[in-house]
Design a protein around this ligand. Structure first.
Ligand SMILES: [Zn+2]
Length: 300
């Protein structure tokens, strides 16, 4: 699932191309091809009709990120909210439509992971903003921009780890879940926003903290190590264009590079790369998710 660095990479890309473009048409087959017909998303046909009425003719002002959500601000007091979930990613370029299949001649947009197009915005410059989503778990909806504080997808989110979080605030946020296991708590979007399975594994490996450590038992010193590792690793991945070990691609259809820097995530059985550590990376299911960690230097 795209996490903070991947969503940031997408948003930075959208801000290179979308501002001042008008949406001239919208196409989707989500409501035909998805069993889950949530009433307030475009997976519902009636909602998609409303969505189309609101966005066609509007002009994009800017795009922002909040947690793992993409917020496309329109000039008519509406914001498009996209949560990419497991396999969703936005792609920008020229597409051709043949019946219900959208294709591009661009070699990057033709990457096999970019072929699951279920939503397309046609733009006033003749280009398209397409959304590839193999598993079709993504959420696409719309809200009136001045009602943002009432939108639960956003209002329940914890602070942004890069822009809003100080060591003191981070400590207070963790302490909201004193009996939680640290990996699970780091991935709780109400504690800090934007961290998922990849970055929680990498942060805890770097900090030398076992993922099952209960929050109230973590020393002050180790909380600071986790905080420092969190900032460093998220920034490092943004600089590398995010992580494309799985489906994620940037808006030009290209891979990020962070998957080549994994020290723990999906490195099961490999020797630990920490200097002086002779441990091995192991995998264990914690809170329903796979955790990867060193059996030696990450201690409870
Ligand atoms: Zn180790």
């Amino acid at each position: 699932m795209p996490e903070l660095p991947e969503v940031t990479t997408t948003v930075m890309g959208l801000n290179e191309v979308l501002p001042n473009l008008t949406i001239t048409d919208v196409w989707s087959d989500y409501f035909l091809r998805t069993k889950n017909k949530q009433t307030d998303t475009i997976k519902n046909k009636k909602y998609f009709e409303y969505f189309t009425r609101c966005v066609v003719g509007s002009t994009v002002l800017t795009t922002e990120r909040r947690g793992k959500n993409i917020l496309i601000r329109l000039d008519n007091n509406h914001t498009i909210l996209i949560h990419m979930k497991m396999t969703g990613h936005l792609l920008y370029g020229k597409y051709r439509q043949n019946l219900n299949v959208w294709k591009s001649d661009d070699p990057f947009l033709s990457d096999p992971f970019n072929q699951f197009i279920h939503l397309v915005f046609t733009l006033s410059n003749g280009a398209h903003l397409a959304f590839s989503d193999m598993r079709k778990f993504a959420k696409v909806t719309l809200f009136e921009t001045n009602t943002q504080d009432t939108i639960s997808d956003l209002s329940l989110l914890g602070p942004e780890p890069l822009e809003q979080t100080s060591p003191q605030l981070f400590t207070r946020q963790l302490q909201k879940k004193p009996n939680g296991k640290i990996k699970t708590v780091l991935m709780d979007q109400g504690v800090v926003a934007g961290i998922g399975n990849i970055y929680s594994d990498e942060i805890l490996w770097s900090a030398g903290v076992h993922p099952e450590t209960v929050v109230k038992n973590i020393s002050k010193e180790n909380i600071l190590k986790i905080f420092t590792a969190m900032k460093k690793i998220l920034q490092q991945s943004i600089q590398m264009g995010g992580d494309s070990m799985s489906d994620y691609r940037n808006i030009y259809g290209k891979r990020g590079e962070f998957q080549h820097s994994h020290k723990a995530y999906r490195q099961t059985g490999k020797p630990c790369l920490k200097k002086g550590c002779s441990g091995t990376i192991v995998r264990k299911v914690i809170g329903g998710r796979s955790a990867h960690f060193c059996d030696t230097h990450q201690t409870v």
